[in-house]
Design a binder for this molecule. Structure first.
Ligand code: ATP
Ligand code: MG
Length: 399
C-alpha cells in the first residue's frame, strides 16, 4: 500500500529557446509536479502546494492525471491496460465528476474494467458489516452515511465542514494566543532543546530559496496536525472543569526545539467538534451560532431521517471512521452524546476501527476485500459495456 498526500507541489516551467528568448504564450506553460512526501518536502522557489481534491471530490483533473501516472508508473509499476480499477468516491460525488472519471479511466488509461464505490460502504465492509451508519470524521468534513445492505441511502446523508482542518485552525489560535512561533523543519539547520519561558534557540538554513506562502503554510499546518495527534484528548462527557484540571499535562516538542506542557487546551480544542461553543473564529472570539452542526448532531440528523425500522438498525450499528476520529476519546464521546438522543427503546451500539491503519485506510482495506471476491466480476463495468453505454455507465451501473 502507498500513502501519498493529495497535496502536490506545482511550478510553471518557463521555457526558453536556444537564444534565451522566452517562448510566446501560444506555447502553453508547462508545469512541473512534485508528488509524494519526499519530493513535496523539498523547498523550491515558485512552487505552490495545492490539492487536486475539494470537498473530497476531484477538482483539478490535470493534477489528478499526474497522480494516476505517478501511481501506475512509479509506485505500482504496472500497465493500466492489464488491471481493473476500483475507485472509491464520497457519497455526494456529482454525476458529472463520476462520468468524467469513467471516461478518463477507459479512454485515456484503457483500464479493462472499472467500478466506482462509495468510500463509506467500503469502510463498513472492512469492519465486516453491510448495514449501519458510518460516521466519517476526516480533514475537511464529517459525514453520517446510512447504509442498508451495502447501498447508501443517499437522501439521508448528512455532511458538514467540520473535522481535522477545524482542529488545526483551533490549534493555530491557541499557539497565536501563547505567542508560540511555528517554524517548520525545512528551515532549521540546528536547534537546542529549550523549555517553557525561554526563547527558542535555532539556526536558519543558509541556502534556502524563497518559497511560496502556500508551501510554508502547508508545513506549518503539518506541525499543528502533529501537535493535535500527539496531545489532544476528548472528555467522555461534555467538558467539566474538574476533569480538565486533572488531565495530566502533555509535553510537546516543536521542530525548533522549544518544548512546552499543554494542559486544559488538550481537551478544550477537540471539544469544539462536539460543542460548537468551543469553536473560535480567526480573531479568537466564539464563532457566531450558525447552521453548523456538531458531530453528534450530524449522526442524530442522519438517523432521524431514516424510516423507523432502518433507524433502529442505524443506531444499533454506528461505525466510526476517518483520521480525526483517532483523537483519543472520540468514539467514547460520540457514544455518550448519541445515547442522549437515541430513542430509549433502541439499543445504541457504537463500534470503531481497532487500529490506526483501519481507521485511516478503511476504504482501501474494504476495497481490497471486495475486489478479490469471485462474485465481484459481475459488478465491474467492462470495456464493452462502456462502449455501449458511454459515460453514463457510471450512473447506470455503479450504484
Ligand atoms: N492520530 C491522529 N489523531 C488525530 N487526528 C488525526 C490522526 N491521524 C490523522 N488525523 C487527522 O485526520 C485527518 C485526515 O483524515 P482522513 O484521511 O480520514 O481525511 P480525508 O479523507 O483526507 O478528508 P475528507 O474525508 O474530509 O475529505 C487530518 O485532519 C489529520 O490531521
Ligand atoms: Mg475521507
Amino acid at each position: 500500500m502507498f500513502d501519498i498526500p493529495s497535496h502536490v507541489g506545482v511550478r510553471e516551467v518557463i521555457q526558453s529557446t536556444a537564444d534565451n528568448t522566452v517562448l510566446s504564450d501560444n506555447n502553453k506553460a508547462r508545469k512541473e509536479y512534485f508528488i509524494d512526501t519526499n519530493k513535496l518536502g523539498v523547498p523550491r522557489p515558485d512552487t505552490d502546494v495545492v490539492s487536486f481534491l475539494k470537498d473530497g471530490m476531484i477538482e483539478d483533473w490535470e493534477i489528478f492525471e499526474e497522480m494516476v501516472d505517478y501511481v501506475t508508473n512509479k509506485c505500482l509499476m504496472c500497465d493500466p491496460k492489464e488491471h481493473p480499477l476500483l475507485f472509491s468516491e464520497p457519497p455526494w460525488n456529482s454525476r458529472e465528476k463520476r462520468e468524467k472519471l469513467m471516461e478518463i479511466a477507459f479512454e485515456k488509461y484503457e483500464f479493462p474494467a472499472v467500478y466506482l464505490m462509495k468510500n463509506a460502504v467500503l469502510s463498513l465492509f472492512a469492519s465486516g458489516r453491510s448495514s449501519g451508519l458510518v460516521i466519517d470524521c476526516g480533514a475537511t468534513h464529517t459525514s453520517a452515511v446510512p447504509i442498508h445492505d451495502g447501498y447508501v441511502i443517499s437522501n439521508n446523508v448528512v455532511t458538514q465542514q467540520i473535522g481535522g482542518n477545524t482542529i488545526v485552525d483551533q490549534c493555530r489560535l491557541c499557539m497565536d494566543k501563547q505567542e508560540i512561533e511555528l517554524v517548520p523543519g525545512y528551515k532549521i539547520a540546528s536547534k537546542q532543546e529549550v523549555t517553557e519561558n525561554k526563547k527558542p534557540v535555532w539556526k536558519l538554513k543558509s541556502n534556502l530559496p524563497t518559497v511560496t506562502k502556500s508551501f510554508d503554510d502547508y508545513f506549518v499546518r503539518k506541525i499543528l496536525e502533529d501537535f493535535a495527534h500527539s496531545t489532544l484528548q476528548l472528555c467522555d462527557t461534555p467538558i467539566d472543569v474538574d476533569f480538565v484540571d486533572k488531565l495530566p499535562a502533555a509535553s510537546y516538542g516543536f521542530p525548533c526545539g522549544f518544548r512546552k506542557d499543554f494542559l486544559s487546551e488538550r481537551a478544550k480544542i477537540p471539544e469544539s467538534l462536539f460543542d460548537l461553543k468551543y469553536l473560535h473564529t480567526a480573531d479568537n472570539k466564539p464563532a457566531p451560532s450558525s447552521t453548523l452542526m456538531n458531530v453528534s448532531d450530524i449522526a442524530a440528523a442522519a438517523c432521524g431521517m431514516c424510516e423507523n425500522d432502518i433507524r433502529t438498525q442505524m443506531y444499533s450499528n454506528v461505525f466510526v471512521s476517518g483520521g480525526t476520529s483517532l483523537i483519543m476519546g472520540f468514539p467514547e464521546r460520540l457514544n455518550h452524546d448519541l445515547a442522549l438522543r437515541c430513542p430509549p427503546v433502541i439499543k445504541l451500539r457504537v463500534a470503531w476501527a481497532q487500529t490506526m491503519a483501519e481507521c485511516r485506510f478503511g476504504a482501501w482495506i474494504g476495497g481490497s476485500i471486495v475486489a478479490c471476491q469471485p462474485v465481484f466480476y459481475q459488478y465491474w463495468v467492462s470495456k464493452a459495456e462502456y462502449k455501449e453505454l458511454g459515460r453514463s455507465a457510471a450512473e447506470k451501473r455503479c450504484t
